[in-house]
Ligand binder design. Structure first.
Ligand code: NAP
Length: 289
């Protein structure tokens, strides 16, 4: 028999997790604060627990996917003693500090703990592009890696429970930077009679796809150092061009708020004497703060 699993939380993501466990043949028990959510799971044979305590008692592997850290704490605190000898996998978005606190709390109650960062949207769960970052108990990942793999590729990043959250939030930060830039680009072209869908398909997506590969060059310079004067796109040139993005946006009636912090950073890099260097300098300036 496949490992029985309990899923706490039937929001969009928890429902996708429960559905995927059910389809993969895991006896799956669910609990949600508001009863009766996601009725489609009933046809797949889900067991609905009336209480959180019943849900935890049903399985050795407990997956929590609630809104935030506060909702996980308020849900689990009253049933802490039920967690002994079980494994809690917390896939709720949170900070490294919250993850480390949860790991300590789980250990105090005799539970193995894994913190996870889901790098997927619900529709991707169980598909080839989904991956999930895990950190925490090495014994837990060794024991349940195959079960967790049905959700998305498990990527274990270390026994420090905070490391999955740190890398999850770093990746999401990069994504929001990209989407913020895309929103600004669409606002610019919407100021004229240009089709947003055609612009996105023909220009925006190919451009971003081509450019994202250069992040490896930034990382390389950061780790190993860049050859002096080797920048193909030096920061002084970039700062000079950046003024045009802002001026053109304002002239088209577009708020440049997404761009302004990047301009500040570029100007600072140039003012501090890094005009002939490349983007890795920006990482150093940010990390210093
Ligand atoms: N959706 C995504 O694309 C995505 C991707 C990666 C990671 N995540 C992460 O996955 C987690 C869940 O996301 P989601 O999309 O499923 O969110 P959601 O659809 O908004 O669902 C939120 C879930 O949390 C429950 N909840 C909220 N407050 C609660 C409380 N105080 N006590 C107990 N339960 C509470 C809700 O229960 P009720 O039904 O009773 O309101 C519901 O089950 C979040 O941490 C999110 O950041 C989501």
């Amino acid at each position: 028999m496949k490992t029985p699993v309990t899923v706490l939380g039937l929001g969009a993501m928890g429902t996708a997790l429960a559905r995927t466990f059910l389809v993969a043949g895991h006896p799956t028990t669910v609990w949600n604060r508001t009863p009766g959510r996601s009725p489609e799971l009933d046809d797949l044979g889900v067991t609905r627990a009336k209480t959180v305590g019943d849900a935890i008692a049903a399985s050795p592997l407990i997956v929590a996917c609630l809104l935030d850290d506060a909702s996980v704490r308020s849900t689990l605190q009253p049933v802490a003693s039920e967690l002994a000898r079980r494994t809690l996998v917390n896939l709720t978005n949170g900070t490294p500090e919250q993850a480390r606190r949860a790991a300590d709390w789980a250990a105090q109650h005799g539970a193995q703990y894994l913190d996870g960062g889901i790098m997927a949207v619900p529709a991707m769960i169980g598909g080839p592009a989904a991956f999930i970052l895990y950190s925490g108990s090495p014994e837990a990942i060794a024991q349940y890696q195959d079960d967790l793999a049905v959700l998305g590729k498990p990527t274990y990043v270390g026994s420090d429970a905070g490391l999955a959250a740190l890398q999850d939030l770093a990746l999401l930060s990069a994504m929001y930077g990209m989407f913020g830039g895309a929103a600004h680009a669409l606002a610019m072209i919407s100021s004229e009679k240009i089709s947003p869908t055609a612009f996105t398909a023909d220009l925006l997506v190919p451009w971003l796809t081509a450019m994202i590969g250069s992040a490896s060059g930034i990382a390389n310079d950061l780790e190993y150092g860049a050859a002096p004067g080797a920048a193909a796109s030096n920061l002084a040139m970039q700062a000079a061009a950046f003024v045009n993005f802002i001026d053109a946006s304002e002239a088209q009636g577009v708020d440049p708020m997404v761009l302004l912090p990047i301009r500040t950073l570029l100007d600072r890099a140039v003012a501090e004497g890094h005009g002939d260097e490349d983007m890795a300098v920006l990482v150093r300036l940010l990390a210093k703060n």
